[in-house]
Design a protein around this ligand. Structure first.
Ligand SMILES: *[C@@H]1O[C@H](CO)[C@@H](O)[C@H](O)[C@H]1NC(C)=O
Ligand SMILES: *[C@@H]1O[C@H](CO)[C@@H](O)[C@H](O)[C@H]1NC(C)=O
Ligand SMILES: *[C@@H]1O[C@H](CO)[C@@H](O)[C@H](O)[C@H]1NC(C)=O
Length: 454
């Protein structure tokens, strides 16, 4: 039986609708679960038992150290949960240990001291050769983990507050001696879960897993003022199997930036970031939403970012590297992105970021290939995008598909600009640069469906 036109439309529409619902259902179902097993601890200790006082004035450094020492020396196996009840716990920076859960109850705040004079210094990361912003060592992160396994930071959306304004002011006044501390850093660690916690006012980058594997970050909220310097949200760095999902980030710098070391130090260390998933992220920043770089000297591969919603942005999607970086950036997929009020939608560039020192090798050219960006929709985006490869290392396999960045109260002032790039573009509005449309590569737009996470 022939369906009449109206019915036909309705029929087609309902199929589309159910396909869309199905797609969303899949997007909602897919999760980081399984990458790191959830562990239940055999002991439950509370910070109060170690002298912890949540009055916002008492120093709790000793209480945290004693409690964590206790977990480190448990007689039974099975680890312990360190319970932080409601209250404001002021403390200096401290180290975590393996097989522990740091549990922040509703209304619990772990707050960094503003007395920065005794802040511990640690060695620079070998893949950076020096502190990221000052030569020499660097201040240890507020909450630190080195060489750990099986650590969970979770609870009922309690807060880890870095009280970063002291540090931001030192940066602004040029009085910083060493590189500012991250709020949380894990080094050489695996099986880490960070969930249901609020991170506030980090002195520098918020969450920095470096030389790590199997890291899950979900249901977190990361907040720092828009004008706070270098307060990146989450920076997976020379790490693999990192999964970030269902989070809100609003800071003064990139929301998520995948990195892998800096120039000659990162090349020598040679540890890539790989198999990184970022999904269902919402946020706002004067810099980038989803970024790769600019420190990518160990290489970055197999990144999937999907279902991302960005508001009041500098750049929506930013891949950035530089001459002297070396490193291969490949197999990067960004899909289903909505952005509103952005200076630029998409930027892929080979001239971003500074160098650790003058010893970088100008012949160490980065390689950027197989970058797929699909299903991007923008409102009030001033410039759709720019793709600038390097003359002696053109970016290849750059594929743009189903991208609409023209929706605006005022039309895009500047069209796409490209150089030293090849790839393809399908259904891109405004019409992208000729470099991308003229050099069709068959198969360049095939979207890898999933990333192996285990
Ligand atoms: C741990 O102990 C605290 C009280 O000290 C209690 O409120 C909390 O429910 C306990 N948590 C678990 C997981 O047993
Ligand atoms: C904390 O960890 C850092 C880095 O591993 C180490 O240098 C420092 O001595 C540790 N601090 C304490 C108090 O254990
Ligand atoms: C914590 O916040 C997240 C993100 O906003 C939310 O999804 C989750 O339900 C909250 N969890 C608790 C225990 O309140």
């Amino acid at each position: 039986m022939l369906l009449r036109k109206g019915k036909m439309h309705r029929f087609a529409f309902s199929i589309l609708l159910s396909l869309a619902t199905f797609r969303c259902a899949i997007a909602d179902l897919v999760s980081c679960a399984g990458i790191v097993p959830m562990t239940y601890r055999s002991e439950n200790i509370t910070i109060a038992d170690f002298g912890g006082v949540g009055d916002g004035r008492t120093m709790n450094t000793k209480a945290f150290k004693k409690a964590i020492y206790r977990i480190e020396h448990l007689r039974r196996s099975g680890g312990a949960l360190l319970y932080i009840p409601a209250g404001v716990y002021l403390t200096e920076s401290f180290n975590l240990t393996s097989h522990m859960t740091l549990y922040l109850a509703k209304g619990a705040v772990i707050k960094a001291t503003q007395d920065t004079s005794n802040w511990p210094l640690i060695d620079p990361l070998p893949s950076y050769g020096r502190g990221r912003e000052r030569p020499g060592g660097r201040y240890m992160s507020f909450i630190h983990g080195d060489g750990l396994q099986d650590v969970i930071i979770t609870g009922e959306n309690g807060t880890i507050d870095g009280q970063g304004d002291t540090w931001w002011n030192m940066w602004r006044q040029g009085t910083l001696q060493y590189t500012r501390p991250n709020l949380i850093e894990f080094m050489h660690s695996s099986s880490i879960i960070i969930s249901n916690v609020i991170f506030k006012n980090s002195p520098f980058w918020n969450i920095h897993p470096v030389y790590c594997s199997n890291v899950v970050i979900q249901f977190v909220t990361i907040l720092a003022p828009r004008d706070s310097p270098n307060t990146d949200g989450i920076d997976p760095d020379s790490s693999s199997h990192v999964c970030i999902e269902d989070s809100f980030i609003s800071t003064g710098d990139d929301l998520v930036a995948v990195k892998s070391g800096w120039d000659e130090y990162g090349i020598a260390y040679g540890r890539p970031s790989s198999d990184i998933t970022i999904r269902r992220l919402t946020g706002s920043s004067p810099f980038a939403g989803i970024a790769v770089g600019s420190e990518t000297s160990g290489g970055v591969e197999n990144v999937l970012a999907e279902h991302i919603s960005l508001h009041n942005m500098g750049v929506g999607i930013h891949l950035k590297t530089n001459i002297g970086r070396g490193g291969v950036i490949r197999n990067i997929t960004v899909s289903d992105v909505y952005m509103e009020n952005a200076r630029k939608g998409i930027k892929i560039a080979g001239d971003v970021g500074d160098h650790p020192d003058g010893r970088f090798d100008p012949n160490a050219l980065p390689v950027v290939k197989d970058v797929t960006i699909v299903n991007v929709w923008g409102q009030n985006v001033e410039q759709a995008g720019t793709v600038h490869g390097l003359r002696n290392s053109p970016f290849t396999g750059i594929c743009l598909s189903n991208i609409s960045l023209g929706g605006s109260s005022r039309p895009n002032k500047t069209p796409w600009l490209c150089s030293d790039v090849s790839g393809s573009a399908v259904e891109v509005n405004p019409w992208p640069c000729s470099e991308l449309i003229s050099t069709h590569q068959t198969g360049a737009c095939s979207v890898p469906v999933a990333i192996s996470l285990v």
